[in-house]
Design a protein around this ligand. Structure first.
Ligand SMILES: N[C@@H](CCC(=O)N[C@@H](CS)C(=O)NCC(=O)O)C(=O)O
Length: 289
């Protein structure tokens, strides 16, 4: 039996697959990609035509799309189960996982926007030697996947001032509000048991923490408690330990540099959703989002 994962140290989609494999206690062979051109090598495109990570190769089966990979892992290695037995809980698990996709409205796209707007755009600016579009655009063109380049270009050019950034923050704010409302009455995203849905979102919360926008759940005690319980699991090391120090450094450093602006934006979202009452309590349960 061979199990090989093509992945990247800081990719959220790849991290969730590593976590699932750890929960299953599976050994796997690592094929770390740089994503600086190697994703376009013909041998890799033959495995993953979208030129993205992760890709899981299990004997002669090639599986792409991280959520599909998670379900594949649970099918191929049933013990311990990572999907609840009750159909209603399974459906709930899938509905949460679907929030990551949903094209323009998906959480995955929102995390990419936040990451580039706050942090990674600075790598491209450093390479261009200037923020001027005439210098930056060719660098964007040579560095970014054509599929994501189109919607990420304004984010790289304008950073947290871009419309895309505001929409992405709103999306994350809404997600955290929905999580909190659900987790008030349920221990985990599927309901009573830890499942693929919790695994799928964990790397996104880690990324938000690294970007210093964890204020998104400052008034969300159930999200904070859930995230703490996730961080206490041994498998969570598969997110944190693979992060390259350079990436962590950039994410934290830039997150800190923008913290005042992002905190102000989060406070604005909170106030717009529900002005604080006399006891200072705000949040989705007290009013509309
Ligand atoms: N829907 C895909 C998204 C995969 C994806 O966007 N992967 C990112 C890393 S999280 C990637 O490989 N980006 C490389 C690039 O854009 O060049 C999945 O869940 O597997």
């Amino acid at each position: 039996m061979t199990l090989t994962l093509f992945h990247h140290n800081s990719s959220v989609c790849a991290a969730k697959v590593r976590v699932a494999l750890a929960e299953k206690g599976r050994e796997w062979e690592s094929r770390l990609m740089t994503l600086k051109g190697d994703q376009f090598a013909p041998e890799y495109l033959a495995l993953n035509p979208a030129a993205v990570v992760p890709t899981l190769v299990h004997d002669d089966a090639v599986i792409v799309e991280s959520n599909v990979i998670l379900e594949y892992i649970d099918d191929a290695f049933p013990d311990p189960p990572l999907r609840p037995a009750r159909p209603a809980e399974r459906a709930r698990m899938r509905l949460w996982m679907d929030e990551l996709e949903q094209g323009d409205k998906g959480v995955h796209k929102a995390i990419s926007v936040l990451t580039y707007a706050i942090a990674y755009r600075h790598h491209l600016i450093a390479e261009a030697g200037s923020e001027a579009p005439a210098r930056l655009l060719p660098v964007i063109k040579s560095n970014m996947n054509p599929l994501s380049r189109e919607w990420l270009t304004p984010v790289v050019l304008h950073g947290i001032a871009s419309d895309g950034f505001r929409h992405a923050m709103e999306r994350m704010y809404r997600l955290c509000a929905d999580f909190d409302a659900w987790l008030e009455n349920n221990a985990w995203l599927a309901g009573g048991t830890h499942s693929l849905a919790d695994i799928a979102f964990l790397p996104y919360l880690v990324r938000l923490e690294l970007l210093e926008v964890d204020g998104l759940w400052a008034n969300r005690p159930h999200v904070a408690d859930w995230y703490a319980r996730l961080n206490a699991r041994a498998s969570t090391a598969e997110v944190w330990d693979w992060y390259h120090a350079d990436y962590v450094g950039t994410l934290r450093e830039r997150g800190t540099a923008h913290r005042d602006e992002t905190s102000e934006m989060i406070a604005g979202l909170r106030n717009a959703a529900c002005p604080a009452g006399p006891d200072g309590r705000v949040g989705v349960r007290d009013g509309t989002r």
